[in-house]
Ligand binder design. Structure first.
Ligand code: ZN
Length: 490
């Protein structure tokens, strides 16, 4: 199936997937507007969707799948998020070894390997604690940073490249630190890696540096703050911040074409480090990004593809986003291809030709209903119910074997489509009923009748084995809001 595609000259030379995490704990950290609902996450859910809990053999299948989808590089990390998102709290267990094994396996498939590093948000391996915004100019914090970098550099011989990130949980504006400090620290980290692997390359990531909320370094005014300082050696690639501007994520914006041209004009290699593009780490769920990926890649002017040396994107809800990865893998080679046709190709390969029509409608409906940055469903119960019925009707043809390696089986994928559309339907049914109830109260129903109606509202099932936390959290939040609104009316 993929052989004919291999003949085209790829638009992006290095096409990389960052294997991140379903950041279920984001709710606990109050990042999510849905509030703290992590108690609904069972061990079974962590084991299914967080790759840290997967066997090495299943992880190798992941690499095989990415390779088959047209990616030629993988980005991995060994950071505190991996431990937390696996459901292990602050315990790294065997993840550091698995990261190396996975990178080694990627090399056997002729794929490149990149290690993601938080420059100054560190995990202290001596006492298993996490630290954000550490300061190099504080003697105590410097020690934590040095052991963090030492731990990271133990991965050096398994990786071709490191990418250092400086904002988000990183950044420091204490003790005279500026964006120049971050560049000096990049050089220090690189030196530690080169001592073990002299050929290793590096990128300095601009992710979130421009953000008033998540960028902390004084003096950062754009790529020129890095290009003109003369601190980073000339072979350090600069990776621009990227997130799709599809009208639902203006909070982060898309990548700035001007930044790419500016970096290239300075004679530097340009990378694009994208997040919230093929997945959504902080609203882990089954999301469909066919249209969003099409809009993103087809809107990049062709000459821009000449300037970009590598482009990475995110995979975080593992097993729930194979379709997005398939579509992205194709569009990174052929950005103006028909994304819906590519999606059909995925469905045929994953579930059999017989299922293409119906499952394409299921995907289309999920993309239409899970709206906005957080993906909380909006739309009619009828549309959701129809998608659910179509999903339930999926039958894998007898003796069917998928056209490519898959990290979950065709039967499991069909099960996910059923469970996910069920959660969406339950949520929209709840939404509709709670809107009716609000109207009824507005018309002066008695307190007893309102209380009885609240008790009888349709529910969204507590997730026990499917990653449907999004609808469940939104349901709990909606219920709280409804009670508050009704109390105000009485
Ligand atoms: Zn500092």
């Amino acid at each position: 199936m993929l052989t004919s595609q291999d003949d085209i000259r790829p638009a992006l030379r290095i096409r990389e997937v960052t294997l991140g995490d379903p950041f279920i704990a984001a709710t606990q950290n109050k990042i999510s507007p849905l509030g703290d609902r992590t108690n609904s996450i069972t061990d079974r859910i962590y084991q299914k969707y967080a790759i840290e809990n997967w066997s090495e053999s299943k992880l190798r299948t992941y690499i095989d799948m990415l390779h088959a989808f047209g990616f030629n590089s993988v980005q991995l990390y060994d950071q505190w998020q991996s431990y937390v998102c696996a459901g292990w709290g602050n315990d790294p267990r065997d993840w550091p070894e698995k990261v190396d094994a996975l990178a080694d396996y990627a090399h056997t498939k002729s794929m490149g390997t990149t290690l993601f590093i938080w420059g100054n948000a560190a995990f202290d391996h001596h006492n298993k604690t996490r630290h954000m915004h550490l300061c190099w100019n504080d003697p105590h914090e410097r020690k934590i940073l040095e052991q963090h970098w030492d731990h990271q550099s133990r991965h050096a011989t398994h990786f071709d490249r490191i990418v250092t990130h400086w904002a988000d949980p990183g950044g420091c504006n204490r003790n005279g630190c500026t964006i120049e400090t971050a560049q000096h620290l990049h050089n220090q980290i690189l030196k530690r890696f080169r001592a073990k692997n002299h050929a290793i390359e590096s990128s300095f990531s601009l992710w979130m540096l421009h953000s008033r909320e998540y960028g902390k370094w004084e003096g950062y005014e754009g790529p020129q703050s890095v290009l003109e300082s003369g601190i980073l050696p000339h072979d350090v690639m600069i990776a621009v911040h990227s997130s799709p501007d599809d009208g639902c994520s203006s909070r982060y914006g898309g990548f700035e074409i001007n930044e790419v041209t500016e970096i290239a004009a300075a004679g530097r290699k340009v990378g694009v480090w994208a997040w919230y593009l093929a997945d959504n780490e902080i609203a882990p769920s089954f999301i469909v990004r066919t249209k969003a990926l099409h809009d993103y890649f087809s809107n990049v002017p062709a000459d821009m593809y000449e300037l970009i040396e590598r482009h990475s994107l995110d995979s975080t809800s593992h097993g729930l986003n194979m379709h997005n990865l398939y579509v992205a893998g194709k569009l990174m080679r052929d950005p103006y291809a028909d994304a819906q046709a590519v999606l059909r190709e995925f469905i045929a390969g994953a579930l059999g030709r017989e299922n293409v029509e119906n499952v394409q409608e299921v995907f289309f409906t999920i993309e239409a209903l899970r709206k906005g940055f957080m993906g909380v469903p909006e739309g009619t119960v009828d549309a959701a119910r129809r998608a659910h019925d179509l999903a339930r009707g999926v039958l894998i043809p007898k003796g069917f074997s998928p056209a490519f390696p898959m990290i979950i089986s065709p039967e499991e994928l069909a099960g996910e489509l059923t469970a996910q559309t069920e959660a969406i339907t339950e949520f929209l049914v709840f939404r509709e009923a709670s809107a009716d109830l609000e109207r009824m109260t507005g018309q002066g129903a008695s307190e007893a009748r309102v209380n009885a109606a609240i008790a009888n509202l349709p529910r969204v099932k507590t997730p026990s084995m499917w990653l449907t936390n999004l609808e469940y959290c939104a349901y709990l939040a909606g219920l709280d809001e409804l009670k508050k609104a009704l109390r105000r009316q009485q």
